[in-house]
Design a protein around this ligand. Structure first.
Ligand SMILES: Cc1cc2nc3c(=O)[nH]c(=O)nc-3n(C[C@H](O)[C@H](O)[C@H](O)COP(=O)(O)O)c2cc1C
Length: 207
């Protein structure tokens, strides 16, 4: 049974969304995905440049290719960290399973080509930070639009550590920097909700 969340208010959608790491096999339609990407499109961005692009992966062979390429690189990195073979295999299998069993994967990529250029590194770094902040806004819009439609998402940061591998696996242009892997589908079960800090712990000054 899929949840009908179309009647929810914005605060209910914001507080109701949660990360999902296991999905039902039920497919997600192209229309639903378009609705999520449309929400991403309206995110705020530095100078209005929209420094993000999205790769959508729905076909099982493409998901497998992505999971295997990323997994091989990740195994190599975990071995460099000195992790033992059994731990590496467990972590690899968990991550691989999450990617191949998600009905859809969206890979949000940072696209810096149209940002302002500065002669100094400090301001250039600030420009890049703005673009990354904006990518986060676009992703959150997407997560909320998914939740509103009864879908669920999970955020995997792995592409940040292996951007070239993700680019190669999906034949993405060199100008795109994969920043995350968003799994999309219908939750297999309602996950445990992570608590939040009280607002008074977060607001450090109000005068
Ligand atoms: C930038 C970022 C990276 C994240 N990376 C991962 C990840 O690699 N694996 C994972 O299971 N969850 C990841 N998450 C999800 C967080 O663990 C999750 O949002 C947090 O624990 C709060 O839980 P909630 O989303 O259910 O409210 C990531 C979230 C963000 C914003």
């Amino acid at each position: 049974m899929h949840s009908d969340r179309t009647h929810l208010t914005l605060p209910e959608i914001i507080a109701g969304r949660r990360s999902v790491r296991a999905y039902l096999p039920d497919p997600v339609s192209r229309e639903q995905l378009s609705h999520m990407l449309e929400a991403a499109r309206w995110a705020p961005s530095p100078h209005g440049r929209q420094p993000w692009r999205f790769a959508v992966v729905t076909q099982p062979p493409a998901k497998l290719r992505l999971a295997e390429a990323m997994g091989a690189e990740w195994r190599r990195q975990l071995a460099l960290d000195g992790q033992d073979e059994a731990t590496i295999t467990t972590r690899y299998e968990k991550s691989h399973g999450r990617i191949v069993s998600a009905p859809v994967i969206v890979v949000p990529c940072l696209y810096l080509e149209e940002l302002d250029r500065y002669p100094d590194d400090e301001r250039q770094a600030a420009e890049t930070t703005m673009a990354i902040q904006s990518l986060g806004c676009a992703i959150q819009n997407m997560l909320l639009a998914a939740y509103h439609q009864g879908l669920d998402c999970g955020w995997m940061c792995a592409p940040l550590f292996v951007p070239a591998t993700v680019r190669a696996a999906l034949s993405l242009d060199d100008t795109l920097i994969p920043h995350a892997l968003i799994t999309v589908g219908y939750a297999a079960k309602d996950p445990v909700r992570r608590p939040r800090r009280l607002l008074e712990d977060l607001v450090v000054r109000w005068e």
